[in-house]
Design a protein around this ligand. Sequence first.
Ligand SMILES: Nc1ncnc2c1ncn2[C@@H]1O[C@H](COP(=O)(O)OP(=O)(O)OP(=O)(O)O)[C@@H](O)[C@H]1O
Length: 270
Amino acid sequence: MAKDLVRESQIEKPSNSSSVLEAANIDFSYENGYKVFEDINLSLNRNEFVAIVGPSGIGKSTLLRILGGFLKPDKGSVYLMGKKINRPTPDIVLIHQSIVTFPWMTALENVMVSLKAKHIPNDKAEEMAKEALETVGLQGFEDLYPKEMSGGMRQRVAIARALAADPLVFLMDEPFAHLDELTAEGLRQDIYNILFSPDTPLKGVVLVSHNLTEVIELADVIYILNNVPATVVGKVQVDLPRPRSPRSEAFNRLLDSLYNYLTPPKVKKP
Ligand SMILES: Nc1ncnc2c1ncn2[C@@H]1O[C@H](COP(=O)(O)OP(=O)(O)OP(=O)(O)O)[C@@H](O)[C@H]1O
């Protein structure tokens, strides 16, 4: 295996080596022959929050799984810090919409799980887990069990656990979808600062969401997928100052233009 890695790093040359994560010329079909992507190109730069939007079923979750090395493209490659990835790596964490906490463990123990998996000694793991909980705003709640927490607090615990594992990239698939709107709004307001706080080694985030308001609130760059097979039909740089107000005129202009992109997908004729 080590030999393979050496050979790959010698041969493979990413097309944009300044990217944290890059997908280059990706084609992908599921085993049943359904072709989801044709020539997808996406680049996540340092300290960037990228969002992927597109009509339902277009392939957003599939693309996240390809970016995380969970699915292998038929053509093209994914590069992490310039190095081709072929399989999942602890440097990339995928956070799903379902909030995964272990109900029999306290907040602290839930976060310590990912540290113990890395064989970090108990004392050090506890210290690091406390820091991660503090980063997500749960200082003082270390001893609560999930049943004693709100949905938003549980999602913060899940994020703290992912952060404690020191990943370089977060892939987030509808992370706020199961939260009520008020809780989601509170977490959205915090998440950008949490993820890019100087205490985390995180270098970039890719978010998939149906909620265009959420996407404009958070993203630096928005990739729009459409058509079957899907390609990138638009890339929008969001230059609005933070924090962003959904009531501002510029915000709503951008929202309207995104809606215009999300027309029903056209199926490419064979
Ligand atoms: N394991 C699979 N085998 C075959 N086809 C699949 C499989 N998983 C997903 N698909 C199909 O691939 C396409 C893309 O699915 P995917 O879940 O990535 O879309 P999405 O854009 O994330 O959808 P949504 O917005 O509804 O969550 C869909 O047409 C889906 O039916």
